[in-house]
Design a protein around this ligand. Structure first.
Ligand code: X8Z
Ligand code: ZN
Length: 637
């Protein structure tokens, strides 16, 4: 049996425009085009510019500085309004609240589209570095560029909000009585997939959840068309190119970086896949899980097959070792949602960070409320970009959510360290950094730490216990990698037109097959829209960030362990309580996006290159174990 409940892994925040909600951030850079007045002022309502000075000369550094100062004030006003409306809708999804989000995002889209064009007028100006950096960041500061045409802009804002709300209030099963027990939500589908061992019950939940997505399909198609028109209006080929421009390198270089990192970790994934497949074959039969084929997507303990820790119980390497599952410990020690968050906060405080503000405890949502729909995917917020920190999460009392809480607080602590900066600097060095901070700390949530918190009664330093823990970690961290990569390969294809609307679903499964070696358990067709059953698609949250975060968190972990004076193998390190590690981390967080990300990486890790080396180093014992287990098996699919 697997653990009885396993949970919401969470999800990110939406954001039709940008940064707002917790987990999102923006894309980047492009070339100049379009001529507007150098000192144009952009009006949020109309999106029109009003010339202040019609001088034909090259704009001066002072004018550039004045421009970014004005943009900063306007963004603060518009994004705060948008984020307030989004918080209200995310914690109480209604038509009225959704309409308010659409109206607010329409305004900020109008403003930012024009501001980006205006910023191009300053190309080549020799302004101070902060001004130049903000001019650059502005051009990549939206994940959803809107067309100039006001009617289309309105349509886009409404479509984006609608998709997000549809996901948040989605129900499956027999909803003839929407309040009846047979009408289920996402949490219930996750619960079944994570805890059942019954092939057919798993299949019913897997298919059931996917019935929520086909109605999104026409909306998504239109959304992509309008977003692309908006991208072209600000000088990009399509939305995907805009997203790939946010990494202080060209879009093509970024694609190559993703591929390079994937090639570094692919052999490890293939080994893990091979072993998991063999174990699942033993459990369900090789007629269901073929020894040389793909793994059916409903059997890995996760509704999206993105992380597989819930099949750990089917694969425990050494059963004679003490359990590393904290879920029972949390329940025994009577942890409630609040105490779980408090404990995670305690980790950050142990590094020398400030406690979260009182308002965090008053305003956050920790528990799924009865009687209203909320967007249950975890997200972290700074609602007013001025330390109004919150999380929104339907917390379950278990290990998976304990880790996710650390993930969310990582976002909050980034906000806490940069909220005094200009709006455009209030973002991660790149979006993978933002996603990787809380995960970095969670790597230090070792059995010894958990024991000290009263959550594990017995621990062991036996090498066999190490392998158990490594497998549990690998099922979360390594299993995720191809999923993290393919989501945006699908979207880049959709936005570029390489994937046509009539092949949305087939292209999705082609990528799932190719990268993950995971297959749909039943025939799929273009009547389905399986991408829509994953939060980040209807919510328009870019996903490459999570792939990067999986790699970066091990680089951060290694660097912070060095700072903490850790000696010995990387997987034995915990930075808990290290003020030296905290100082290093804080310095990087405080930079926000004020410098290109290689500078931030250098500040913490002494290198300017993303590298999966530390991840591979962390998993050395597991690699050894897997290669022994896989002897005589044919790996791959
Ligand atoms: O969406 C999230 C976070 C919020 S930014 C909980 N994650 C991705 C997902 O659940 O799909 C974290 C891991 C990947
Ligand atoms: Zn996140």
């Amino acid at each position: 049996m697997r653990k009885p409940s396993s949970p919401p892994l969470v999800l990110a925040a939406l954001a039709s425009s940008l940064v707002l909600l917790g987990c999102s951030q923006k894309p980047a850079g492009a070339k100049a085009d379009g001529k507007a007045d150098p000192q144009a002022k952009t009006d949020a309502k109309s999106g029109e510019t009003a010339a202040v000075d019609a001088g034909a000369d090259k704009p001066t550094p002072e004018q550039a500085k004045a421009f970014v100062t004005e943009v900063d004030a306007k963004l603060r006003e518009l994004w705060t309004a948008e984020s307030k409306a989004a918080w209200t809708n995310a914690t109480d999804i209604t038509d009225e609240h959704a309409a308010a989000v659409a109206a607010a995002s329409e305004q900020s889209m109008a403003y930012i589209g024009q501001a980006i064009k205006d910023a191009r007028e300053f190309d080549g100006v020799e302004a101070d570095p902060d001004t130049l950096r903000q001019l650059h960041l502005l051009k990549v500061a939206t994940t959803l560029p809107a067309p100039n045409d006001p009617a289309k802009r309105k349509e886009l804002a409404e479509t984006a909000t609608k998709l997000d709300s549809m996901y948040g209030s989605a129900k499956w099963g027999d909803c003839s009585d929407p309040r009846g027990p047979a009408c289920k939500d996402m949490g219930q589908a996750m619960e079944i997939i994570s805890s059942s061992d019954d092939y057919d019950e798993l299949l019913a939940a897997w298919e059931g959840w996917r019935t929520v997505a086909p109605p999104m399909r026409p909306l998504y198609q239109r959304f992509a068309e309008l977003g692309n028109e908006g991208a072209r209006d600000i000088g990009y080929k399509d939305v995907g190119e805009l997203w790939r421009s946010g990494y202080d390198m060209t879009p093509a270089e970024f694609e190559a970086e993703m591929e390079r990192l994937w090639q570094q970790v692919k052999p490890l994934y293939t080994q893990l896949h091979c072993h998991a497949r063999a174990k699942l074959g033993e459990k369900y039969g090789v007629d269901k899980v073929p020894a040389d084929g793909m793994i059916p997507a409903h059997l890995v303990g996760n509704l999206w097959a993105q992380e597989w820790p819930n099949i750990y119980d089917d694969m425990i390497p050494y059963k004679d070792q003490p359990s590393i599952d904290v879920t029972e410990g949390l329940k025994k020690a009577k942890f409630d949602e609040h105490k779980m968050v408090k404990t995670a906060e305690g980790f950050f405080v142990s590094l020398g960070m400030d406690p979260l503000p009182d308002s965090f405890w008053e305003r956050s949502l920790f528990v799924q409320p009865e009687g209203r729909d909320v967007q249950c995917h975890a997200s972290a917020w700074d609602v007013d970009y001025n330390n109004d920190l919150r999380i929104k999460m339907c917390i379950k009392i278990d290990m998976e959510d304990f880790v996710t809480i650390h993930h969310e607080l990582g976002h909050n602590y980034y906000y806490q360290n940069y909220y005094t900066k200009p709006m455009l600097f209030q973002a991660g060095a790149n979006d993978g950094f933002h996603e990787g901070i809380g995960d970095t700390l969670a790597l230090s949530v070792t059995p010894a730490y958990l024991q000290s918190m009263g959550l594990l009664s017995e621990i062991s330093e036996d090498p066999k216990a190490v392998i158990n823990k490594q497998l549990a970690d690998g099922l979360e961290k390594i299993a995720f990698l191809p999923f993290g990569l393919l989501i945006d390969r699908w979207r880049w294809g959709v936005f570029s037109g390489e994937i046509k609307p009539e092949e949305y679903n087939a292209a999705w499964w082609k990528l799932r097959n190719e990268y993950q070696g995971v297959a749909a358990p039943v025939e799929r067709s273009e009547a389905d829209f399986d991408p829509g059953a994953k939060y980040h698609i209807p919510a328009n949250t870019p996903y490459a960030r999570y792939f990067l975060a999986r790699i970066l968190q091990f680089q951060f972990h290694k660097a912070l362990c060095d700072a903490a004076g850790h000696e010995g193998p990387l997987h034995t390190c915990s930075i808990y309580g290290s003020k030296e590690a905290g100082k290093k981390l804080k310095a990087m967080l405080a930079m926000g996006a004020s410098q290109p990300w290689p500078a931030a990486l250098e500040a913490i890790a002494g290198t300017r290159k993303m590298d999966a080396g530390p991840m591979l180093e962390y998993f050395e014992p597991l690699q050894e174990y897997l290669s022994q287990e896989n002897q005589g098996r044919t790996c791959g699919w």
